[in-house]
Design a protein around this ligand. Structure first.
Ligand code: MLT
Length: 411
């Protein structure tokens, strides 16, 4: 019989969001009359910006002509999109990122997991707790961890607890780790990193020869102009960091799929024989072999994000979702809950009411308010006793959900 990858057997039950979907489906089947409001998975709800739709339609029409037809594109993305990204997202913020360092992809989730293909198995890995589950699960699948303990923590990983006490930003570890996953604005806690905090990590990584995997999928939600959007705003980060970005949350591309990863030239790792190797070449090789690029139509849509109309429409989307976040914060606090996040990120991280753990609160909200959130414990042991609500929904649904949560908590 064929052998399976037994590392998968170490994984806890299901991936968090399908597990939530399974529970919601079961509840819905038992209570077909319940009008469920979903503030769980961070999936956008508002229509694609008009500038993107117009560009995509034009691309579809072009594909219907012999001159405008496009077959396989470059695996790294079309040059015009890579140039627009480099100019607007990096050079405009004084980050020296070149178009050739940008690899267009179909998602940051995939990239943050796939990056392990080019990294050795002996690396010591640090993740925060709570954390976006993909970072942990992809390491488990790749056989880079031991078994999970009772609390769900995997052997071989270094967990950096984040909590209200440290402002949900991890303390720099005492020991040396080779690979560090950081996500700012943070999923799930909504916390954000100051320039000083990122500078500490960059100094640590440079001193220890570590690599930072920096997930900036939510950078567009930062409201405070003094906060960094990219790790490359920190001097020295080009020598120690890879950055993941996405069009999913800012421009509503969760369904159309477009993202990108920045791998700076000159960022080096070491081979088994001790030779210095440039990571850019390895990622380029990996993408050329395993990926055929994002569709021409979708890349044209992504390019339109950088047009003046696209920029204005994306700003409006962000403003809309951040108003939702402010409503969620305000109403949960009025209901007596301790709230965090939601000021520079589309996620609000609330402490569960006394006596209820994360899944207990999930069940209470689903059963009594017909509102779906995400249990904090799904993001790691230290997330227990917390609950995440996403600001991605219509205004009417957010307002209705808050009324129902307040009634459930009052009752
Ligand atoms: C989430 O809810 O955490 C997000 O949907 C994660 C993602 O974008 O994969």
């Amino acid at each position: 019989m064929v052998q399976v990858n037994s590392n998968y057997l170490k994984l806890k039950a299901g991936y968090l969001f399908p597990e939530i979907a399974r529970r919601v489906k079961a509840f819905s089947a038992a209570h077909p009359e319940a009008a469920i409001i979903r503030l769980g998975i961070g999936d956008v709800t508002e229509p694609l910006p008009e500038a993107c739709r117009t560009a995509m339609k034009a691309a579809v029409d072009a594909m219907g002509t012999p001159e405008g037809f496009h077959g396989y594109g470059p695996e790294q993305g079309y040059p015009w999109l890579r140039e627009a990204i480099a100019r607007h997202d990096f050079q405009a913020r004084s980050c020296a990122v070149d178009p050739e360092e940008i690899f267009v992809s179909d998602g940051s989730k995939c990239d943050s997991a796939n990056i392990l293909d080019i990294l050795g198995t002996g690396n010591r890995i640090a993740v925060t707790d709570p954390v976006y589950p993909v970072y942990v699960d992809s390491n488990v699948m790749a056989g880079r961890t031991g078994e999970a303990d009772e609390g769900g923590r995997y052997g071989g990983l270094t967990y950096l607890p984040i909590s209200a006490e440290n402002g949900f930003t991890a303390r720099i570890p005492e020991e040396t780790v080779d690979l560090i996953y950081l996500c700012f604005p943070n999923n799930p806690t909504g916390a954000v990193a100051t320039r000083e905090h990122l500078a500490e990590w960059v100094a640590y990584a440079r001193a220890n020869g570590s690599l930072i995997l920096f997930d900036a999928a939510y950078e567009a939600f930062i409201q405070d102009p003094s906060l960094p959007h990219s790790i490359y705003e920190i001097e020295g980060a080009r020598d120690c960091a890879i950055e993941f970005r996405s069009f999913s949350k800012n421009a509503g591309f969760t369904g159309t799929r477009c993202a990108f990863t920045v791998v700076p030239r000159g960022l080096m790792g070491t081979s088994d024989s001790g030779e210095a190797v440039e990571l850019w070449g390895l990622w380029n090789r990996r993408q050329s072999t395993k990926f055929n690029g994002v569709s021409y139509i979708v890349q044209r849509g992504a390019e339109a994000v950088y047009s003046p109309e696209g920029q204005a429409q994306v700003r409006e989307l962000i403003r809309f979702y951040m108003e939702n976040a402010a409503i969620i914060r305000r109403e949960l606090a009025a209901a007596g809950l301790e709230v965090h996040g939601g000021e520079q990120a589309p996620y609000v991280w609330a402490k569960t009411p006394a006596g209820l753990d994360s899944w207990g609160f999930f069940d209470l909200l689903l059963g009594q308010a017909h509102v779906v959130g995400t249990p904090g414990s799904g993001f790691g042991a230290a997330g227990d006793g917390y609950f995440r609500l996403s600001a991605f929904n219509s205004r009417a649904n957010v307002e209705e959900a808050m009324k129902r949560i307040q009634a459930a908590l009052a009752g």
